[in-house]
Design a protein around this ligand. Sequence first.
Ligand SMILES: C[S@@+](CC[C@H](N)C(=O)[O-])C[C@H]1O[C@@H](n2cnc3c(N)ncnc32)[C@H](O)[C@@H]1O
Length: 302
Amino acid sequence: MNCSRKLLTGLAASVVLFTAPAMSQEGRGDVVYVPTPQIVVDEMLTMAKIGPTDFLIDLGSGDGRFVITATQKYGARGFGVDLDTYLLRLARKNAQAAGVADRASFVEQNLFETDLSQATVISSYLLPAMNLKLRPKILAMKPGTRIVAHDYHMGDWYPDDQRDIVVPEKKVGTAGVSYVYLWYVPARVAGKWQTQLNVGGKEMPYEIAFDQLFQTLDGTLRGGADSVALRGKLKGDQITFTTLPKGSPGNQRHQFTGKVSDDTITGMVRVGDGAAARETTWSAKLATRGEMRRAKDESEEH
Ligand SMILES: C[S@@+](CC[C@H](N)C(=O)[O-])C[C@H]1O[C@@H](n2cnc3c(N)ncnc32)[C@H](O)[C@@H]1O
């Protein structure tokens, strides 16, 4: 299933989740309590590559299974927030029973008001409208922070990875299947950057203009008489972008890779193709910061 079809499926399913038959514990707040099946929790934490150096925040933590699994099985630390006092008590009891109460805590708090600054990984099983409301706050987090979400998307911020998991016993949302999504918070590179490139043995000044839509990049590389379109992407603070040969400096394809640290990018550039290609170090400095582009988001209209 392609991404946009899945998004629509997610929207249809959201109605089902919202009106799911009452469970013994209904949860409190903006979405009813429906636990994520344990095999889906495991798959989501594996996708996020969670480990001992990570701090997980589960937004709407239910019986605590995300934080407890992350601490018990993967050695991480973390906390969950929920508004349902019964579920919070249950989650604390489950953490005690699992022997992880010192690393897994549960707080009575509205997830929209939660300080996310400690998190390296965020997990959620919330409705699309809630994900969209959280999105600006998530995008402002440290580049590379991973977000894993069960069944519901983030509108026009397409996931970096997604999987379908067959769960025969699942009755809520799309019955029998869980959709899981992973995003990396992208570094902000929209704007104009100054760089130097070696053309015919001489260092020449160039300007890179990035037009950024979440993790997707378009733009131009300009210098002297050269102007060429570029395309690329971000995975957290890791950037890659490429120009076509025609119009590139020296009419040779340039393939850039690098790491973004605030107003500096450092990395390597591969110039040319095939056996004649050469690779050198490369860096760029931010000249003018731009705004990230917003595509029209179909799900915000619902
Ligand atoms: C669909 S359940 C997911 C539970 C758990 N994360 C899981 O996947 O098993 C959503 C949970 O969010 C909680 N919740 C709903 N709105 C909330 C809000 N505004 N702040 C905190 N928790 C909320 C509900 O009480 C419920 O436990």
